[in-house]
Write a protein that binds this ligand. Structure first.
Ligand code: SF4
Length: 381
């Protein structure tokens, strides 16, 4: 029997809210090993091609202070949460963890985890920042090859060119369906609230990408004709690492904001670039990262993020941009003054919010979001 739109949405949002259970179920039902993939661009395709299940590790709302023994107080909350969850055993089912380094926190964390979790197989990985040059491309190819060899040992399966191509096809199919998905759901703000939109995109990190893409396809084909948008809605764009905690997204909903597009590392940056499918598999992986611009975590000498956001605002008719600054995330902090100046020059309102995955109070945030809603005009007037 075909599932209804609501049933599909509930199924995926439930997975995103309780990923541990979903991953354990997937390990049990498929008999596959699972490999943790740290933010931001861990090479999930290699894990998939090695016959294992890639699992996204993007922290979460976690209580406790086991991580305090290994991490400084000024470490970002995503890494605090990942470490806390690992120390309390949430990731014991993982056969290895790929940690990619983009910032000082991640560089230290790779070493700290070796001490904190001696039983965990850690696969550290570094992306070339100068990723568009011939030497940068060559370096990345070698890095993918090295990680691939390590994953072969973990999974006990050789990663053939054929298997990698098949994995890349599945991932690129996911990327192209998601590109359509985020455009189409703009017309359904009552169904795809900021929280639901986020959870639906997040569920991809805890499922087989092929199964996930099929569910998203089903949602797309089951949507009824859109209703006219209420004039009170404020279309906005989110930029930053991640749009969490979900209570922040609920505040957006309470104040009549709809997320019409995003430039979040956890969301659109995962699927906005697709490399030429005719390239050899490893070159295809390298190319996808080389194509990624406007991301604080990959060197961008032209600093294209502001211009990209201005284009996005024009295309989507968004009224404002919210800069979701994960507290203590320095690569994002470096970009902020440049983006702020460029958006101000273009006359686009931008709200800077400092987020932590574990926030005790939302009151200050509530006031700032209410204020943004009040200064924005009602559409059509
Ligand atoms: S500081 Fe930023 S880039 Fe580094 S681990 Fe934390 S959230 Fe990720």
């Amino acid at each position: 029997m075909m599932e209804t739109t609501q049933e599909l949405i509930q199924e995926l949002t439930k997975i995103a809210e309780a990923p541990g259970a979903a991953v354990l179920d997937a390990i049990k039902s498929t008999g596959k090993k699972a490999v943790g993939c740290f933010p931001i661009y861990a090479p999930e395709e290699l894990v998939y091609a090695a016959g294992m299940l890639p699992v996204g590790m993007w922290g979460g709302n976690t209580k406790g202070n086991l991580a305090g023994k290994y991490l400084q107080i000024f470490c970002c909350s995503v890494m605090k949460a990942n470490t806390e969850q690992a120390l309390r055993g949430d990731y014991d089912g993982l056969s290895a963890v790929i940690i990619t380094a983009y910032c000082d926190t991640l560089k230290c964390l790779m070493e700290n985890w070796k001490a904190a979790l001696p039983g965990m197989k850690i696969l550290p990985m570094v992306y070339a920042q100068n990723r568009k040059t011939a030497s940068g491309r060559q370096y990345m190819k070698e890095e993918f090859l090295r990680i691939g060899k390590e994953l072969e040992k973990v999974g006990g399966t050789e990663i053939t060119d054929q298997a990698l191509k098949a994995a890349l096809d599945i991932y690129d199919d996911y990327r192209s369906v998601m590109q359509k998905f985020i455009v189409k759901i703009r017309k359904y703000p009552a169904v795809f609230t900021p929280r639901v939109r986020h959870l639906l995109i997040k569920a991809a990190y805890f499922m087989d990408k092929k199964d996930y893409t099929e569910k998203i396809r089903q949602i797309l084909s089951s949507l009824p004709a859109p209703e006219p948008l209420p004039a009170s809605r404020h279309p906005i764009i989110l930029t930053g690492l991640i749009g969490e905690p979900v209570e922040f997204l609920d505040l957006l909903q309470e104040n009549d904001f709809s997320v019409v597009a995003d430039d979040l590392a956890q969301e659109s940056r995962q699927f906005r670039t697709i490399a030429d499918r005719n390239l050899p598999p490893l070159d295809r992986m390298v190319e996808r990262i080389a194509l990624q611009d406007g991301c604080a975590f990959l060197y961008d000498e032209k600093k294209t993020r502001g211009a990209m956001l201005i284009d996005m605002v024009k295309q989507t008719e968004a009224q404002a941009v919210i800069y979701c600054q994960m507290k203590f995330c320095d690569p994002e902090e470096f970009d902020y003054p440049i983006v702020k100046k460029e958006l101000a020059q273009a006359g686009i309102p931008m709200l800077y919010v400092e987020l932590e995955q574990q926030m005790d109070s939302m009151e200050q945030l509530r006031t700032r979001i209410q204020t943004l809603a009040e200064i924005l005009p009602t559409r059509g007037r």
